[in-house]
Design a protein around this ligand. Structure first.
Ligand code: SF4
Length: 472
């Protein structure tokens, strides 16, 4: 087995994906080489997720599987949020771990690898500092980006200072720390030079960007710097806005630059004042109505994504019905619904009136059903429009019997679709991959749209015609 090789598996969110890419850059600087087959790697790394129950289970099972396949000349390291949160007990769940490194000091991975190679005993080595995150100078020059096809995530900050009673992130990541504007702008230029068509700004709370850099309206300021620095990148997208912090300046900045897509991802979590107060979340629901109305006035084609938690401790039928009415009222384009996850160490874990799992699932399913009708209606409004679509791959059409029809389509996303979580646009014919092309929308489905490249006569896809083997 070749020495100086590593295999890294990234679990969890896009922020973790960026950390995995940065860990890889530090290992490359240390003279190691990435391999895609774990059997061919000296160092095996799992960048874990420790946010909620199911994610923790997936991380532990992945580590256990690699540990069971690991040979004596290989080293297994658990990195990321699960390590930061449960590092001191992880080796009891996963035997065969050689190293455990927390998410706050991902940049020390090379030192840990050296220590593991030199150690004289089989016990795992720990590196889980709890001091606040470091940014800028201490990132070993690793670009905090992750390129996915023609799109790239760019991390603008990490950590969070919000008090949400159900969330373990502040305990895992520490308080919010913004990255310097010039570093982010330089990385955006790097991405532009690599032909990236869409830059997606991510943080735990993007609307809190710059508060620690003395910036008022830091996110609007950063967006204006990016628009000036990389005017030739077609799309700039912002994820993870926090209610109460979408300012008039931010709305004005988004509305006045076509490059900043008219898309807002704003997790609201609930809509009943009492539930929001128990969540320690902004409970001024009138603010939400007012701000979304203001945004839709400034950007009439605005696409809004949000997420809700159902089954939160103490959630009554009346509170849930208020949430359902709210969703019907606002008519979001995209909604994610999660059942409350009991997280040890979070304030809400101690709350009385925990809701049983059956009720949680019933409420999730019911709210998703309500949203499906709305999603279809919001999609049907798009029919007839010509939209820019970022083409991401091609696929072969299959008929209802699963037979390939020989017709190929292109799969892409419009400004209304963030990667991995929203819908697609299915475009008839083979459009150039990784390019933004004008598409006339000809049909709408529950979550996806159908269209033709504006130049060619359309071929309508009949509902029920599904697509099969693709190369996305
Ligand atoms: S804003 Fe998001 S990351 Fe921060 S504490 Fe709340 S839910 Fe967690």
């Amino acid at each position: 087995m070749p020495k100086n090789t590593y295999y890294i598996l990234s679990l969890g969110c896009s922020k973790n994906t960026v950390d995995s890419e940065s860990i890889a850059q530090v290992l490359n600087q240390g003279g190691l080489k990435a391999v895609t087959n774990p059997q061919k790697a000296e160092v095996l790394i799992v960048n874990t997720c420790g946010f909620i129950g199911p994610a923790k289970t997936e991380s532990i099972e992945t580590l256990q599987e690699l540990a069971s396949l690991k040979r004596p000349d290989q080293y297994l390291i658990a990195a990321g949020c699960l390590s930061q949160r449960y590092g001191d007990t992880l080796s009891q769940e996963v035997s065969g771990l050689d190293g455990i490194i927390g998410t706050r000091r991902w940049m020390d991975i090379m030192e840990l690898v050296k220590r593991i190679r030199d150690r004289k005993h089989p016990e795992p080595l720990y590196h889980i500092p709890t001091e606040a995150l470091t940014v800028g100078n201490d990132e070993h020059g690793a670009a905090r980006v992750s390129i996915q096809g023609a799109s790239a995530y760019l991390k603008i900050a990490d950590g969070c200072r919000r008090p949400c009673a159900f969330c373990a992130i502040p305990a895992i990541k520490g308080t919010a720390v913004s990255r310097p504007v010039d570093l982010i702008v330089n990385e955006a230029r790097l991405l532009r030079d690599q032909g990236v068509q869409e830059i997606i700004l991510i943080a735990q709370d993007s609307t809190d960007y710059g508060y620690d850099l003395g910036l008022k309206n830091g996110l609007a300021h950063l967006l204006n710097q990016l628009v000036k620095a990389v005017p030739d990148v077609p799309w700039l997208r912002v994820m993870y806005a926090y209610p109460g912090y979408v300012t008039d300046e931010l709305i004005e900045t988004m509305a006045s630059h076509k490059q900043i897509v008219n898309y807002l991802d704003i997790p609201l979590q609930h809509a009943h004042r009492q539930t929001l107060l128990r969540m320690k979340r902004p409970a001024n629901v009138e603010w939400v109505y007012g701000t979304l109305e203001k945004m839709r006035k400034a950007m009439p084609d605005l696409a809004i994504r949000t997420t809700f938690i159902v089954g939160y401790p103490g959630e009554t039928d009346e509170e849930f019905e208020t949430l359902v009415d709210f969703v019907r009222d606002i008519q979001f384009d995209r909604v994610g619904v999660f059942t409350y996850s009991y997280e040890v160490g979070t304030p809400s874990a101690e709350f009385p009136h925990q809701v049983d799992d059956d009720t949680k699932e019933e409420r999730r399913d019911y709210l998703m059903e309500v949203q499906q009708d709305i999603s279809l209606q919001r999609n049907q409004v798009q029919v007839g429009r010509v939209m820019d679509v970022l083409i991401e791959g091609h696929a072969q059409l299959e008929d209802e019997d699963g037979e390939l029809t020989g017709e190929s389509i292109s799969l892409g996303r419009s400004y209304r679709d963030a990667p991995e979580i929203d819908g697609y646009v299915m475009v008839m014919g083979e459009a150039p991959v990784h390019e933004v092309v004008p598409v006339r929308i000809t049909d709408a489905m529950l979550y996806d749209l159908v269209g033709t490249i504006d130049l060619n006569p359309p071929t309508i896809i009949q509902p029920g015609q599904i697509f099969g083997a693709g190369d996305l």
